[in-house]
Design a protein around this ligand. Structure first.
Ligand code: KIV
Length: 267
């Protein structure tokens, strides 16, 4: 695994070579293993765990303990992919000291190799302090779900000139603060292209068009395991939710009809 292990340095080299970076969320041991076996470069233990695994309406109720628990389950899979864990709502906004301590928990207790946090100018000081503590930081700009109430919902960001200019400026601020990459969520493709061209660090897009250095999607969206809603940027590569229901219906039927267990399953 040593040669294959993805590091923050390798991601920077991939950008320099023009090689696209693949990133996917995972929240437990089996999802992490399948993503790693598929050759995903970066696994994000996202706070989207709150919606697709824990059944919340948003990411806001997710706690540090939730994130540590799920990050541990992912890192037990001993992955070639770089493991990035999300700092959840209120774990880094209050103070620089709390931001460093909580980033440290994701690394020390969870086994993460990097952390991600949302926002631009207001988090720059926190990014600097976490990086100074030796923890790589991924930024997240555009539609930042932890601030959805303030943004007026889940809407594309940066359509007007002023917001677009601010997003470019904030991406550069994050780079200067030491971030090793930045997620761009729900921004116009041309804006994502401008940011990608201006930064030395990789951009990872989700609903940000094809010009980013990499792409990220949520595991359950890609595999058709979450159907409460489907944003325009999601492409489903499988319908596993439907396959699971069909398989479980067959199991129920076979038990009821006395077909399962057969002789081959009996002692
Ligand atoms: O939590 C998450 O899944 C994310 C991705 C959508 C980037 O932050």
């Amino acid at each position: 695994m040593a040669g294959k292990k993805i590091t923050v340095l390798k991601l920077r080299e991939m950008k320099e070579r023009g090689e696209k970076i693949t990133m996917l969320t995972a929240y437990d041991y089996p999802s992490a293993l399948t993503a790693d076996r598929a050759g995903i470069d970066v696994i994000l233990v996202g706070d989207s765990v709150g919606m697709v695994v824990l059944g919340y309406e948003s990411t806001l109720p997710v706690t540090m303990d939730d994130m540590v628990h799920h990050t541990k389950a992912v890192t037990r899979a001993r992955l070639a992919a770089l493991v990035v864990a999300d700092l959840p709502f209120l774990s880094y906004q209050v103070s620089v000291a709390e931001a460093v301590r909580n980033a440290g928990r994701l690394v020390q207790e969870g086994g993460a190799e990097a952390v991600k946090l949302e926002g631009g100018r207001p988090v720059v000081e926190k990014v600097e302090a976490i990086v100074e503590a030796g923890i790589p930081v991924m930024g997240h700009l555009g539609l930042t779900p932890q601030a959805a109430n303030q943004l007026g919902g889940f809407r594309v960001q940066g359509r007007d000139e002023e917001t677009a200019r601010r997003l470019i400026e904030e991406a550069e601020l994050l780079q200067e603060a030491g971030a090793f990459a930045v997620v761009l969520e729900c921004v116009p493709a041309n804006l994502a292209r401008t940011i990608t061209e201006r930064l030395r660090i990789p951009t990872i897009g989700i609903g940000a068009g094809p010009h980013c250095d990499g792409q990220v999607l949520v595991y359950h969206d890609v595999l058709g395991l979450f159907d409460r809603f489907q944003p325009k940027f999601v492409k489903r590569y499988a319908r596993l939710g439907e396959e699971i229901v069909a398989a479980l219906q067959q199991y129920c039927q076979e038990v009821r009809q006395g077909i399962f267990p057969g002789e081959e399953h009996s002692y």
